[in-house]
Write a protein that binds this ligand. Structure first.
Ligand code: COA
Length: 309
């Protein structure tokens, strides 16, 4: 069985920051309410999905000393492509000079996790290196007059280079979906993000907790084996609730939502890059990556963090 490991990583957030106080100037809300109910202090907005993908992808390549010439496939996970067609991966392919193929993946906020798992599968079938990018520009699809959604979302991109390896560092994964729940969160062509927040909250906690437990069982591990949970950043209360359901102390959860808000497919690679960058995540650590998104979709992966030395 062929293994794979993450050898490069990087992320990008647009420069423009919108604080809760700025939102409260035009919406019937407050910094206090948003912090208490979501954990969000501010969000980065602006920049196209393609541009953010290129920036994050370039950083991930530089981080491991590679160029696009070394990459067999780029997968961009996004639900906010700049054009209906071609995929955002085409823009990235061109800008980074990717030698191999290019495709997009659409699983909303679970997209990066689906793409990461797919990259491992592509490597098992013969590829050497896959660049996986999660990127979304949700600010384009937010009704800034709707306090139910405007407070929650932001823009950003995160990337990882996955390489064939002798050891398997993707110890286990779980992918799932319930398409019959697609009505609780959706965006029509030309429309805004539409969401039943309470129902999304409930479904997300239930699905993501179950998924994390399934991945742990598949890896033959318990929650005590996990050094860090790298969760999707949708609401800090969702992260707390999932942590409680699976028995993980909150000190072991990487929380970046205060600064990023929910930038969909980007949240997990951005959180990973942040926690590796500030030396919380160290070589040998076992990570539980855990995400969910509209669809509803969900995904978990147990990964041994083993970058090249
Ligand atoms: N500012 C101030 N008050 C607000 C508000 C805002 N932005 N949004 C809602 N309220 C009010 C409501 O009108 C309600 O008032 P009422 O009690 O007088 O009726 C009260 O605050 C509580 O609203 P409620 O909807 O029960 O809040 P909540 O605790 O469920 O939080 C969300 C709302 C949207 C933050 C929360 O449900 C959530 O995060 N859901 C998940 C959304 C998500 O993650 N989507 C992406 C999935 S990938």
């Amino acid at each position: 069985m062929t293994g794979s490991r993450i050898i490069g990583w990087g992320s990008y957030l647009p420069e423009k920051v919108v604080t809760n106080d700025e939102l409260a100037e035009s919406l019937d809300t407050s910094d206090e309410w948003i912090r208490e109910r979501t954990g969000i202090r501010e969000r980065h907005v602006g920049g196209s999905t393609g541009d953010m993908s290129i920036r994050a992808g370039r950083l991930a390549l530089e981080q491991c000393g590679l160029t696009g010439e070394d990459i067999d496939l780029v997968i961009v996970a996004t639900s906010t492509p700049d054009q209906l067609m071609p995929g955002t991966s085409a823009v990235v392919h061109d800008a980074l000079g990717i030698r191999g193929g290019a495709c997009d993946m659409q699983a909303v906020c679970s997209g990066f996790m689906y793409a990461l798992t797919a990259a491992n599968g592509f490597i098992a079938t013969g590829l050497d290196r896959v660049l996986v990018i999660g990127a979304d520009s949700l600010s384009t699809y937010v009704d800034w007059d709707d306090r139910n959604t405007a407070i929650l979302f932001g823009d950003g991109a995160g990337a990882a280079v996955i390489e064939r390896a002798d050891d398997q560092t993707l110890l286990a994964f779980d992918l799932g979906a319930d398409g019959s729940s697609r009505h609780i969160g959706f965006t029509d062509h030309g429309g805004y993000i539409n969401m039943d927040g309470k129902e999304v909250f409930r479904t997300a906690v239930r699905a993501a907790s179950k998924s994390a437990k399934k991945a742990l069982a598949a890896a033959n591990m318990t929650i005590d084996d996990i050094d860090w949970m790298v969760p999707h950043q949708a609401n800090v209360r969702i992260i707390e609730s999932i942590a409680k359901h699976i028995g993980l102390p909150m000190e072991k959860a990487i929380v970046t939502i205060g600064e990023t808000a929910n930038n969909s497919a980007a949240t997990i690679p951005v959180a990973l890059d942040t926690a590796v960058g500030d030396d919380r995540i160290k070589p040998g650590d076992v990570l539980l990556m855990n995400g969910f998104g509209f669809g509803m979709t969900w995904a978990s992966a147990i990964i041994r963090w083993q970058p090249p030395t």
